[in-house]
Structure formats: structure tokens, C-alpha cells
Design a protein around this ligand. Sequence first.
Ligand SMILES: [Zn+2]
Length: 481
Amino acid sequence: MKKAVCVVLGAVVLAGAIPLAGCAKRETNDTYEISAEYFPETRKLSAQMTFTYFNDTDNAHSELRFQLYPNAYREGASHAPVSELYRPSAYYAGESYGGIEISSVEGAAAWEVCGEDENILSVTLADPVYPDAAVSLSMTFEVTLALVNHRLGVGENAVNLSYFYPVLCAYSDEGWKECVYAAAGDPFACECADYTVELTVPQELTAICGGDAVLAQEGGKKTYTVISENVRDCVFFLGERFSVVKAYAGEVPVEYYYFDDDDPQTALSAAADSLAFFSETFGDYAYPSYKLVQADLCYGGMEYSMIASVSSDLQSDAVVRATVHETAHQWWYAAVGNDQFRHAWMDEGLAEFSCALFFEAYPQYGLSRQELVASAEKAYRSYFSVMQQLHGEADTSMSRPLTDFSGEYEYWNIAYNKGMILFDRLRSSVGEKKFLAGLRGYYDSFCFRMASPEDMIACFSRAGTDTEGFFASFVDGACVI
Ligand SMILES: [Zn+2]
């Protein structure tokens, strides 16, 4: 969507005509203004949202399409958020369901819930919105939370509130990018936007969110107001017994909230050290603060803008690994976005390889780059051999929808392990200097924007390396590892 502008910006920055300014805010961000209240006794969240869309595409639109992620948790969903393997640890109280009910969309000519799995809100506009024009819509909706240790749900210790509102689908030349949910991977493709969110909760709950929230208390209730710019999401963690430890990464405050951790300094140090290292290596952190939250999650961790969660089920060495991985996503998800549904290897492979770089620079954590890459190679080869034995061949292509993966095993080996191997081999083949110049150019050019695989390859080309064939051999699946 912003490709032409970004390429020019990247070229100018690399040519040194202007100083490196770090991440530049987009001139016309969409805005989400949400006012919501959470009722624990019914596990419901009532909300009103005014969404303003700024059309920065080259096309007029008579329809906007939004993702309805909460509907993945409803009974009968065909793309369930949790696989059979993880169901017992996720649904701790047995079967439980959620969903979203839209009750009104003002400012629209018509609207309907549709999509392959009731995952889309289609809004027909009263008049087309032309390039460089804006349109506002006001919606009211109610979300029901399932009892589940997952991104959206009432967990065993706290409540996870992410992707709880209609999220505008990203737009590309091919149209609106729709995602059904997927149990393996992050089924998200969202542009950065500006958010103003008010969340009211009962007095006994504390809400943790990305950025600085202003707290007001009245009538036995707390209202948190948070204003965030250039973020891809808005998430809250609600609990009654969070403790916090604090540190700094340079001048950036880093906080770790937890409810069950005998050694909170370990996770805090990993978060602060890795935030400082990635700032130095890839370019300054794009946001004013960073938080890590211990959460009820059936898998290791989850990244959001300015905040990440790590599962309370993790052992201490796994906490460090997950923390560094999720912190790397502040660069490769929060700042530089990509279509995580169709090109998961871009952000996951980079986050994994960023971990390897971090542990190489911080040997005190007891892990080495060689060890991590060797372990990824071993796991990947084993996956390849198993798939060949089972199916006669292994699909090793990397850019495919999450729903095309047979499950966590295949997804993990392709997006994480093969992704990490890709970037490690790239670094070896072009050399450290050009590799890091390419990555820094990628961060500069696409901060607060979304990048395609071609955009990423172009950044390495501008750093003086012809990598098109290299990427193709990995992504299409031809190369032998
Ligand atoms: Zn990740």
C-alpha cells in the first residue's frame, strides 16, 4: 500500500541525504476510539467504537472489511483457535465458547457478518471513500469470552483481551487481506493505527496494557484510558494479583508484570537486555516504553505493540528464550509489519534469528548462536525425513496461508526453524556488514508500515547484495538443508 513512498524513503536514507530519523509516523493513520466495560460475572465486554479510515490507497472503496477474531472462539467455528494437541491445556474448565455480536454500525449504508467462518464484518459505505479522503463509522458490539488460556479469554489466573474489536483488514493491490483463524501461527495482517481506548473494570481488577494508561476510579470501578500511536493492536491483561519489577533499556522503561514467578529478575533482565541489544543492532526502539506480562497461554508467548506476554507454564530457561523472541517482535511485527497469515516466516524467522544474534552477544545467558542454529537444522532435517516417510515428499515452501500447514509441527519447522536457517545462511553468504545494513534498511524503510517478501529482498539488494535467487531457493522450497 505504501510501497512507492517507502522505497523512495529507504533510498534517500541509505544515500545519506538526510540523517537517520528512525521511525516516521505515517501522515494519515486510521484511528480506533474504543470505550468498553468488562463484566467478569458474565464474561462479557460491552463496547462502542468509532473507527476513522483514511484512504491512503490508490483506489476508491465502497466497502470496508474488518476481521472479527472473537468469532473463532464460538461454538461450531470451522477454524478453531486451538488444535487438538493443545485443547486440554487451553480449555482448563472443559468446553467453553465465546464470540462477538455486532448490534449497530452507524455511518454505513449496510453491514453484515460474513466471510468463510463468520470472521468478517463487511460494511457498505453510504458513499465511496476516495483516495486521500476519510470516513468514520461508529459500532456497538458485545464480546463473550471463553474460559481459555489463549489470546482472548478468561484464563486460570487472569483475563487476556486482545483482538477483541473489529480490526480493519490490511489492503493490498489484490484487495482486502482476510484471515481465518489458525491454531498454528498468528493469523493477523494489520496496519499500524492510532488508538484511544477507555476500559472500565471492577475495582478489584488491575489492567496492564501497552503504553501509559491514565487511571480514574469511581463508584467501585476503575477506568483506564490509554492513547497509543502507530501500533498494530490494543491489548489488556486483567488480573487481581500482578506484581511488577522495573528496569531500563537505555532510557526506555521496561516493566515485567507477573503473578507466579520466583525469579522475576531473570525475565526482566532478558527483556531489558534484548531491547537494548536490538535497538543497537537494528535501529532505535520505536516506542516510549516496553512491558512483559506473565499470562495464561497454552503456548510460549505472544507479541503485541509495546507489550508481550509469556506463558506462566514456562520453565525459567524457556522464559528467557520466549522473552527474547517476543521482544524481537517489537521490530519484526510491531514496527515492521507483514502479512503473518501468508508469510509467517518473515517475522517469525527474523525473530528467531534475532534471538541467535542476541545470545551470541550475551554469552552469560548460556546459549550460543551456533547451538541455536544447529538445533534448528537438526529439527528441520528430522521434520523433512518424517514428512518424506509419511507422504513420500515434504512440502518445504515457506510462503503459504497458515491453514495450509498440517499443524504445529510443520508450521514450527517451516516458519521458525527454516526461517532462522534462512537468515543465518544469508548472513554467512553476504557477510555481517551487508547483512546488518540490509536489516537496518528494512527497519528504516518499513517502520510503521507493512512489507512484502519483495520489499525485504529489495532492502538487501540496496545494501549491495543480490539475494533474489537466495530467497527464492528457500521460500519456494528448492534448497536442501
Ligand atoms: Zn514469534
